[in-house]
Ligand binder design. Structure first.
Ligand SMILES: Nc1ncnc2c1ncn2[C@@H]1O[C@H](COP(=O)(O)OP(=O)(O)OP(=O)(O)O)[C@@H](O)[C@H]1O
Ligand SMILES: [Mg+2]
Length: 315
């Protein structure tokens, strides 16, 4: 492992006293739109436009958290390549601590190529560094450097699947609060999640994920069921807003204005950042939901998960 020489401010950044840390599903997104449905047989097709931007749920989350004035860091790896350099640059520009990101000589930076049509998209993914973080990298020092641990993209971080239960227990023992956003399980199995929930403080699935996880038919009943495991459960329901559950308490956050999104990349991750920024500042659940929604709505107005993020110091 070797660090880039051309990254002057990284050496000054220390992963200490962070509000939030998470393992990064490190990748870059290449998003193309227009006439993007490929035709094989040597056809050269002209498409309308493209965007290259930092991707990865954890990165999007950490960037939004930092733009709200929180101290956020990521643990992870980038390849020793142009996309690795771009990833570090964008994280640093957003104010995210990258001192726990290593540069791999063996792996390429993960890449997601999204071919976007108005109502659908296809994504081609090269895993590369996405799942590069090994259990040995989660040390007591790492847990001790933050107040809160967020798990994003649980189902893409295969190397850490068996580690999370002990890690969450360790965090609780050390007074580090925790949150989990699994995103969708490509295998459709949802293994392991319910076992983690008693050790998670804030669980943030979307509606489809909550239904798949519980086998329930409504977000309402899924939320109640999931809350029985202990955490505050926040179910993101797209343009219908969000529901929250804790013990026997329940909140229904209705949005005032529906947005026609530029694209939906990162809405959920940005929501998580807003909600958790509020929660870690001691806001009540209603105010956390409102801040979460404002972050999601802001990102929906722009392409990619990062460029439209809300910039507002919340203290
Ligand atoms: N069309 C919309 N108009 C206004 N707000 C929206 C719209 N779609 C989503 N939101 C806001 O974004 C939040 C998160 O969106 P969503 O429920 O799609 O999360 P998600 O499925 O986890 O997203 P992701 O696909 O990024 O993981 C919603 O709870 C809501 O506050
Ligand atoms: Mg999501």
């Amino acid at each position: 492992m070797k660090r880039f020489d051309a990254e002057p401010d990284r050496s000054k950044m220390k992963a200490r006293n962070l509000d939030v840390l998470c393992v990064s599903d490190m990748c870059v997104d290449l998003v193309m739109w227009g006439n993007v449905r490929p035709r094989f047989g040597q056809v050269e097709q002209l498409v309308e436009d493209y965007l290259v931007e930092l991707g990865g749920s954890a990165n999007i989350f950490a960037c939004q958290f930092a733009k709200l004035g929180g101290r956020a860091g990521v643990v992870g790896h980038v390849g020793h390549d142009a996309f690795g350099e771009l990833s570090l640059k964008r994280l640093s520009e957003c104010g995210v601590d990258t001192s726990l990101v290593k540069i791999s000589e063996e792996l390429k930076t993960g890449l997601g190529i999204a071919l976007t049509e108005p109502d659908d998209r296809a994504i081609l993914t090269v895993l590369g560094t996405i799942d590069a973080t090994a259990p040995e990298e989660l040390t007591p020092e790492v847990a001790g450097s933050c107040r809160h641990w967020h798990i994003a993209s649980y189902f893409l971080l295969n190397s850490l699947r068996e580690t999370w239960l002990d890690w969450l227990k360790f965090c609780r023992q050390k007074g580090v609060t925790t949150s989990l956003d699994t995103n969708w399980d490509p295998a459709g199995l949802w293994h392991g999640i319910l076992d983690l929930l008693p050790w998670v403080d804030v669980f943030l699935p979307n509606e489809q994920e909550a239904l798949a996880l519980t086998g329930e038919e409504s977000a309402e009943s899924a939320g109640k069921r999931l809350a029985e495991y202990g955490p505050i459960v926040v179910i993101k329901c797209g343009r219908r807003g969000a529901l929250a559950f804790h013990g026997s308490e329940r909140w229904n956050y209705k949005i005032e204005e529906t947005i026609e999104p530029a694209d939906s990349v990162g809405a959920g991750d940005n929501f998580d950042a807003g909600f958790l920024r509020g929660w870690l500042l001691g806001y009540d659940v209603e105010a956390c939901l409102h801040l979460g929604h404002r972050c999601a709505a802001s990102s929906l107005r722009d392409t990619g998960g990062i460029s439209g993020q809300l910039r507002e110091i919340i203290a």
